[in-house]
Design a binder for this molecule. Structure first.
Ligand code: ADP
Ligand code: MG
Length: 237
């Protein structure tokens, strides 16, 4: 069953920045798997290592020890198969929304007309067709985030990694962005991982993991003792 296919496997994967006494262990040995169809939230405060873990999964960072593999993906490292929605604004100011969404395809060598068509389809997936010809400066925060998501979807990823996609938005707009991500992941048949420091965002995903000072911890041990509140559904990472 494709639902069990492992897209990313982290085995004791760690990432340290710097050397010697000033070294920072951003991620201590993390062991986890992302499977096709997964909808996972990684919650944790600022500086807990969420972005670094996501970058390890996306092959944007190499682990300093342990390993990250992509058993279910044909390319290694998995360019195109994994789409990353980065933390913070990332649209090119001089390009319209549809040009921004088409850019990764154009850079990958897709013909301009085909890239525009796929970008337009991706904008439709995030309900942003009417924004196609706007420049980033003419977009609200939520609209810009939808275009940034469309740019990732246009590549047809098997896995979408969204790094605090609601971090700079008000709560209502943030919840709408989560709706957009969940719907798009369903439409594409992609797995979805969302990092957040907001528990109400984390609860929108099927499974909740947590990062604490660089350590990936199962949701059950990050929550109050059993009996004090309803148990979260989900498996240990
Ligand atoms: P989060 O996304 O949860 O805020 P990060 O993964 O960005 O956490 O950072 C985890 C820790 O690693 C922090 O202490 C941060 O300062 C450090 N860190 C992250 N990236 C770098 C880097 N490129 N160079 C040095 N330190 C870094
Ligand atoms: Mg971060």
């Amino acid at each position: 069953m494709t639902g069990q296919e492992v897209l990313v496997r982290c085995e004791d994967a760690a990432r340290t920045f710097g050397r010697g006494p000033t070294a920072v262990v951003a991620v201590h040995g993390a062991t986890c798997q992302i499977r096709a169809g997964d909808r996972i939230a990684i919650a944790g405060p600022s500086g807990s290592g969420k972005s670094t873990l996501l970058h390890l999964m996306a092959a944007l960072e190499k682990p300093t020890s342990g390993q990250v593999t992509w058993p279910g993906l044909s390319q290694r490292p998995p360019a195109g198969a994994i789409g990353v929605v980065f933390q913070g604004p990332s649209l090119i100011p001089a390009l319209t929304a549809v040009e921004n969404a088409a850019l990764p395809l154009v850079l990958a060598g897709v013909a301009d007309s085909a890239a525009q068509l796929r970008a337009a389809h991706a904008l439709a997936l995030v309900d942003a067709t009417d924004l196609a010809n706007r420049l980033p400066e003419e977009l609200s925060g939520g609209q810009a985030q939808r275009v940034a998501i469309a740019r990732v979807l246009a590549l047809g990823p098997r896995l979408v990694l969204a790094d605090e996609p609601t971090g700079q938005l008000d709560r209502t707009t943030g919840q709408h962005i989560i709706d957009v991500l969940l719907t798009a992941a369903d439409e594409l048949g992609a797995a979805l991982v969302v990092t957040t420091h907001d528990p109400t965002v984390a609860q929108r995903l099927t499974e909740q993991w947590a990062m604490h000072e660089g350590r990936l911890v199962p949701a059950s041990t990050a929550r109050p003792p059993a009996g004090t509140e309803p148990r979260q559904k989900g498996r240990t990472p």
